[in-house]
Each structure stands twice: as structure tokens, then as C-alpha cells.
Design a protein around this ligand. Sequence first.
Ligand code: GUN
Length: 301
Amino acid sequence: MKTIDGKSLAAKMRGEIKDGVEALAKETGVIPALAVILVGDNPASVSYVTAKEKACKEAGMASREIRMPAETSEKELLETVRSLNEDASVHGILVQLPLPEHIRENAVIDAISPEKDVDGFSPVNVGKMMIGEECFLPCTPHGIIKLIEFAGMDIAGKHAVVIGRSNIVGKPVAALLARRETNATVTLCHTGTPDIARFTREADIVVVATGRPGTLTGDMLKPGAVVIDVGVNRIADAAKPKGFRLVGDADFESCSRVASAITPVPGGVGPMTITMLLWNTLESARRFARLTGCTTAEKMV
Ligand code: GUN
């Protein structure tokens, strides 16, 4: 059984992204910049946002941090997003989810300019992904495809079972796996599926993204399956310095006895999500430089 090392793939790709950032700055004077908005102080969100900002800086990108109190109104948040849409020095905008309950998530996502939607959540980018047009792909699903390929599996012709139908992971990863380029046969299971094990036992690849520890256990797997565990769940643990430990949605111990490869939590999917965010932000800055015709040569004239 192989543990799929997301950290090592992420490190390799982040090195390439850093080189791309340097080359873009040298050729065009454009430094990719990501604006990250966090509303409130949900501990998991604070930790994700901090990791995203740190990764930006390590890749040589600029990161604009916008922290807003939990009481922020939807109108204020929409105004902040719109002003970032207009700001030519910002190439990517990310609003960390979930948002406080009084704010309509869809209204906020809709307000982000699709050209700066490096999360790939806006209806325009989701629609383009579904019809195979060039767009920003959502970071976690795109990172999952890269991880499966990194594990040495040829996805074409395989049966992939996705558990969970969220807009952030389940639905888009099912769509990406089924694309002609990837060519898997896909089954999407969710809370309305009476017997999930019936499907997972037939699967060559299982992607589990439910936010519930223990969703997938070894007895639900076909021997040799590849397991991608998207869950990040905090379990109280007095023995740990922070008072909790992180576990995925799959029961690692039993699954690792049956699977041929599995992503660990932490250190599997998580580092890839941030890597694909950097990738999209670099791509957005490149497009901006192309569209505005920036070159350092011109700037010197
Ligand atoms: N919350 C959990 N995952 C994500 C993500 O990939 N992007 C944003 N913006 N919020 C999230």
C-alpha cells in the first residue's frame, strides 16, 4: 500500500509556479496578486486562509489580506468584492467559505468577476468547465486529478465513485473525472444513496468528500482501489498541543489494508488545493499581462 504524498507533489509544482512568477515579473513587470477575504473567525477558515497567504508569499506572489468581522453585512461584502473586481493590481479574488449565515454565499460568488475567480466557483467558470471551455478549474477537484495521475494511475476507463455532492468538491470532481481528457466512468453517491458500499466495492477510485469521519471503511473497498480522502475533520485529542487532531472522511487504518494507494490527512489533498489556487492566480496574472500588453521593455521606454 502506497501513501500518496500530496506534500511532495505540491512542493514540486510550487517550485514550477515560483519560476513562472519570476519569469512573468521579469518579462512584463506584473507580480501576480491574490486578495483573500475572510469574514468572521471560524478557526478552520482562519487556518486555511493563513496557509493560503503564506503559500502566496513563498511563491513570490503578492497577497492582500482582508479580514472582516462576522457581523459584516452582505452589502458591505459585495462592495468589497466589487472594488477588488475594479482593482487592476489584483488578479485573483478568493472569499473563504463558509460565510456567516446572514450572507447569501451564491450572491457573493456571483459578484466575483469570472476573470478573477481563481477558486473556479462562479457560475460562468462552472458552466465553462461543464462544456469543456477554457476556464479556472476549481482547486480541490483539479488537485485531486493531479494526485491520482501522480500516484501512477491511468484514469481512463476506470470506475470512479465520488461520495458527496458539494459544489466545492463532489459535483466538480465528478465532472472532471468524466471529461473526455480524463475518461473515467463516474458514479456520484450522496446522502440519498441507500447503500453506498454497493457502489464503492465496484470502484477503482473512490473520492470521499462528505465532511464525516468514518464515511469510508476498508470493507467497502475493492482490493487495490485508490482512495482520495478530501475530509479535514478536527477530533478532540488532549494529547495534542492544539487539543485536537485532524482525520479524514476515510478510516485510514482499515482502508489502507485494502487499498493500493491512499491520500493521508493531513498531507494529501490539502496541499494540492493551495497549489492549484497559486496556479490559477499565476494564470490570471499572465492573462492580464497579455491583455494589457505589459512588457518590461515598454516600461523602460
Ligand atoms: N472552504 C473550503 N474549501 C474552500 C475553497 O477551496 N475555497 C474557498 N474560497 N473556501 C473554501
